[in-house]
Design a protein around this ligand. Sequence first.
Ligand code: GDP
Ligand code: MG
Length: 603
Amino acid sequence: MPDKIRGNTDGLKAALLRATEEYIDNSFGPGEFAPGEIVDAQTAFTAETGREIAFVLDRRNYVREISVGDKVHVDAALTGGKDRGLSGTRLLHTHPNGTMTASEQDLETLTRCRLDAMIVLGVAEDGTLTGASAYVIDPEDPDKTLRAGSYRREQLDRFDGVWAMVREIDAALRVRDANSEVEAGGMERAVLAGAVPEKANIIGGDNAVLDELSELARTAGAVEVDRVTQRRDRPDVKYYLGSGAVDNIKSSVRTNRADLVIFDDELSPSQIRNLENALDVRVIDRTALILDIFAARAKSAEGKLQVELAQQKYRLPRLTGKGTELSRLGGGIGTRGPGETKLETDRRHINRKIHILEARLREMTERREVLRKERRRKNLPVIAVVGYTNAGKSTLVNALCDSDVFVKDELFATLDTSVRRLKGAKNQDFLLVDTVGFIRKLPHDLIESFKATLEETVYADLLLHVVDASDPDCDGCIDAVENILDEIGAGGRPRYLVLNKCDKLGAGDEVYISDRAKHTYGKVMRVSAITGDGLDALADQIRLFFTGSSKRFELMIPYADGGSMAELRRLAEIESEEYMEQGIKVTGSMPSERLPEFSRFRL
Ligand code: GDP
Ligand code: MG
């Protein structure tokens, strides 16, 4: 019996259900708000069965879910993922009694699930469509609804005008939600600003380049209230953006009562100063934002030192003559040499601090080196899991190791490198290293100071590069990670590409990966760390990689030598054990360098 359809399918023909199921994960009439093909299919279904049928469509018109029966079902997973704005999904369903007016319950579902729209199709007794109505959420009061339009079958294309309403409602609700979040959580209100290259073609409009910055800001405790972008290839020397954009930012700061402006790039010290003077509000750049997030998240002593070092290096050239923020730290009476200005004292202070931090980190690096040697001695292969932030690295490590690494839908949930043991094939264990997420324009000082931690990556036997395959720009993310791998000297390590979050892809969705990337990787695999799909195959591949450098053996272990047998079981991948007169005949494979220890048992 087909089982992808939810709800009350009792007594319906298997053939009909199978045919209906075919719609799931396929896209219909791109751009149409009420796709004719789907409307007709739903009408026919209800005419034949007398039951309601509901389709959940996303904005690319993929059918995400179908349910049958009078209780309209919307999976929370499809709509619950977003905290702000609309869900990005809409629901089309039939009414067998011919009415195209939404019921109380329909409207309650619309507001509760924050649907883009609820579309009701009236199916008359004789099986024909009486007409369709679309309802949307009232942007003024998200608990109320509005009827966006009602049309007959021949007029379905008129619903396309509802798209524009949906976009407006989405924007209005985002601002509304941001406001209530600010009130509830004491978050700061930020205007985001950035430049877009002249010739760039940005899917979703220019403002979409700031999506990631918006996430970063949230992670740091600021809520986006507006975005300002400007097309330009070279930054303005004085203000980074041109005067038109600066004016826009200024009026946006005023109307949105913003506490700060965040730029999506690193600004020069003088640009920050000029902007703060012009805008009369705090200005920070992407680098400061990322440093701030890292500072709040570092947990290990080493991580904290690394972040502090990067922060001090960032701060050094940005000391202004006023030196206000440093007055606490500044030397005070007695520490200042004759004629020395406050600024110089501050510089010296920071430089001293940088030296101390560097010395402490060196010490830790040495200790790390000892640990690494220890691991080598024990012959534990090391696998480093790398990838763009939020790609699902920690989730994957957890899924493979049954352990708990902190997973959160936030950028940089994992900051400190953590090492887990992967319960390997039989006796072969691996160490799996979860690393900090990589991100575009990662501040250089930060990479520098994290090098020690990232060395786990450089010395790993195998890298697993995890990618969020559902990200439209996953190729760009692969690039960003590759660049960082090169920079830290891990560019040459053998590596597999792991396309994660495949559960979020439609059945026919292709993941675009450039040929260059494909060539870099020994293997490309699709998995879902959440559903577990593909994880067994991944584990097999990992095993294969390591047994590749191991040697096959055929040994005869005397019954009296139980110790050697135990050691063998621990060490080797055993294929067969045969109990013979002289002892146990064992075949299998093990790391080639350990084989000599067993040479006396060779057959
Ligand atoms: P990291 O920054 O790379 O370590 O990413 P996390 O492991 O912290 O995961 C980031 C978010 O992606 C979390 O909300 C996870 O639940 C989610 N996630 C991870 N793997 C999958 C997957 O296979 N499918 C889906 N749908 N979500 C996933
Ligand atoms: Mg993580």
